[in-house]
Design a protein around this ligand. Structure first.
Ligand code: GUN
Length: 282
């Protein structure tokens, strides 16, 4: 059987082209402001890419770079100012934050209407009661992929491995909203493979190499790998899934890199336009 890849890079490009056209129809130019605290190398790359793709589709972007020793008070002041700034439609605080800063308090200082990450308790609450508004970008991107590749969700058994606030939890909620039967697994789950091997769809977001092997997967299943682990020895990125062996059994599978990653940024741009629309319809 030939491996049927879910090409996240190509789909993200298609989404960006659609968004580029949409931006041209808006009265004003949407603006995204990204706050980066400290010099975490991975965060620097993510932030650079977020700003680059925003500009490419005609969204204004600004990166506020702050020293890692900034006080929480000063950071909150900056967010409050951005909340009031009518020209700023989207605010994103890149995570992780330095340890002396309370991530929860900082995220929840963002005006929910500008919360393009969908991380505030307000937006998370809306999703949990089935009224999604601004939804976290990675799970949103995965839903877009499943739709594009016509993966049947209604009545399907989907297993999500991981329970983070950024991916696992919202992922399970979105799948449930789309009528899948969802089982959420995590680091304390016993006999993981007994559960995943029954699933029609397996979404893994843990960050543990070879967590998902061919024994975990049913013939013909759809497998989505969210993890990005740096393999320093071979100088490449890998995921949770043993791609070579698992892909022999799947009907659809995402590669790492080039799968979920590019979709996350595309959804951030989509959320920025959604935020702009929310702020400009009043
Ligand atoms: N760090 C890793 N992923 C993310 C994300 O999706 N949003 C933000 N703000 N920080 C992150």
């Amino acid at each position: 059987m030939t491996v049927k890849l879910i090409d996240g890079k190509k789909l993200a490009e298609k989404v960006r082209n659609r968004l580029k056209k949409e931006v041209l129809t808006l009265k004003k130019t949407p603006k995204l402001t990204v706050i980066l605290v400290g010099d975490n190398p991975a965060s620097q790359i993510y932030v650079k890419n977020k700003a680059k793709y925003a500009q490419e589709i005609g969204i204004k972007s600004e990166v506020i770079r702050l020293c890692s020793d900034i006080t929480q008070e000063k950071l909150l002041k900056i967010i409050k100012k951005l909340n009031k700034d009518k020209k700023v439609n989207g605010i994103l605080v890149q995570l992780p934050l330095p340890r002396h800063i309370n991530e929860f308090d900082v995220i929840n200082a963002i005006n929910p209407e500008k919360d393009v990450d969908g991380f505030t308790i307000y937006n998370k609450g809306l999703l949990s009661v089935g009224k999604p508004s601004l939804v976290p970008c990675t799970p949103l991107g995965i839903m877009e992929m499943l739709k594009e590749y016509k993966v049947k969700l209604s009545g399907s058994l989907a297993v999500v491995i991981g329970r983070s606030n950024i991916v696992g939890k919202p992922m399970a909620q979105l799948l449930t909203l789309n009528d899948a039967t969802v089982i959420q697994c995590h680091s304390k789950t016993k006999n993981l493979k007994d559960i995943t091997s029954k699933a029609d769809i397996v979404i893994s977001a843990v960050g543990k190499r070879k967590l998902v092997t061919e024994k975990h997967i049913k013939q013909g299943a759809v497998v989505i790998d969210v993890a990005m682990i740096r393999d320093e020895k071979n100088k490449k990125w890998i995921g949770d899934v043993d791609f070579e062996k698992v892909s022999k059994k799947t009907s659809l599978i995402t590669p790492v890199p080039g799968g979920v990653g590019p979709m996350t940024i595309a959804m951030l741009l989509q959320n920025t336009i959604t935020a702009y629309r929310k702020q400009n319809k009043k």
